[in-house]
Design a protein around this ligand. Structure first.
Ligand code: HEM
Length: 339
């Protein structure tokens, strides 16, 4: 966060692409929390890993498989597909990290994701053990989905706060109040305790869900509302459209965090599957709590000192790009001011 503050201080008053900052921040964070790697992405203007990740996301064809959220055989197809394209860089990176980790003394004491996979795999019996290729593919997949969804979410929330400054003022005042009423509280507890922060993040995820659609493959013939879905057919769940369905969300285009206030009738009447930013069922996002914690802590830390301000360069409405994930087509240009 110190580095984000530094960027903000250096550019105070200027219109900057905040999605650029957030992608550096979340990439550095996933590398350190999942793989225990300290990479100076935020300070290094020529960071190779940042360049390579952008290349991968800039090549939609090479990542179309990501839509299937590749596990099992898809995961290996994903790795094979990346090989020989921009993705072999990540395969080598993951292999090196794993190699170093296996030789490291005291590695089993670590609590990052990679170590959890390696330790669990060692304990597993021969038949259920993952191959090295599978561990590499899991790691690369984690790295790519883990960083991009979260940075897009932070960029979208910043945009909505900048163009709805009265709502941003309310959020800043709720953060201040929570901190004043319990000065000893940690930023983690603070971020969890502010209901309005939860509503703001949810409302942004409603309007701009980074995973804007999900795919499922139908396992057996099924009838639904007189529609026959044969086994083997691919079914698309259109999250973006479900999130803007006017029957569930009156004035669906309006950014209104109060829709998520738990004490309203609308909230109580709404079907839980009307809101699917992290999916649902046994294959929902395994890192939902981690991602929400990351987004909320970052926002609390930023909004305690700064505010997002619409500038002449801010594109309203924001043009969206529907590639592998939903992202801002031309970045998110805002001013960040001390407040
Ligand atoms: C705000 C950020 C994020 C959003 C909106 C998001 C959203 C999603 C969605 C919609 C799915 C598909 C669920 C389904 O098909 O039902 C998913 C799956 C997944 N996500 Fe996330 N995600 C986020 C952050 C992360 C992070 C930070 C990680 C890793 C550290 C991660 C790892 C995964 C994995 C591994 C799956 C596949 C789970 C499976 O197929 O069993 N996600 N995510």
């Amino acid at each position: 966060m110190k580095l984000i503050y530094r960027s903000f201080n250096l550019t105070t008053g200027q219109s900057v692409d905040v999605s650029n900052w957030f992608s550096k921040f979340t990439l550095e964070l996933i590398l350190s929390t999942a793989f225990g790697v300290d990479a100076n992405i935020q300070t290094d203007p020529n960071s190779e890993i940042l360049r390579k990740t952008r290349e991968v996301f800039g090549a939609p064809s090479s990542l179309r498989l990501l839509h299937r959220l590749p596990f099992g055989s898809y995961l290996l197809r994903f790795l094979n597909h990346l090989r020989g394209t921009k993705g072999d860089y990540f395969e080598n990176l993951a292999k090196n990290i794993i190699k170093v980790r296996r030789c490291e003394e005291g590695a089993s004491e670590r609590v990052d994701l990679l170590q959890l996979i390696l330790t669990a795999n060692q304990a597993a019996d021969e038949t259920s053990r993952l191959s090295d290729d599978e561990i590499v593919a899991q790691s690369v997949f984690f790295l790519l989905v883990g960083y991009k969804n979260t940075s897009n979410t932070l960029a979208f929330v910043s945009y909505f706060l900048a163009i709805n400054h009265h709502l941003q003022d309310k959020l800043k005042s709720d953060i201040r109040e929570a901190k004043t009423s319990d000065p000893a509280t940690s930023v983690y507890e603070l971020a969890q305790s502010i209901d309005y922060l939860d509503s703001v993040v949810n409302e942004s995820l409603r309007l701009c869900p980074p995973i804007f659609q999900m795919n499922r493959s139908c396992q057996e013939d099924y009838e639904f509302n007189d529609i026959h879905i044969p086994a083997g057919m691919e079914v698309i769940i259109p999250t973006y459209a479900i999130h803007r369905d006017p029957d569930a969300w009156p004035s669906p285009e309006k950014f209104d965090p109060d829709r998520f206030r738990g004490d309203t009738e609308d909230f109580r009447d709404r079907h839980p599957y009307q809101f699917l930013p992290f999916g649902a069922g046994p294959r929902n996002c395994i890192a939902m709590k981690f991602a929400l914690m990351e987004v909320k802590i970052a926002l609390v830390k930023i909004l305690k000192k700064y505010k997002f301000v619409q500038s002449p360069e801010t594109q309203v409405p924001l043009a969206l790009h529907t590639g592998v994930m939903l992202s801002p087509r031309n970045g998110v240009f805002l001013r960040v001011e001390r407040a």
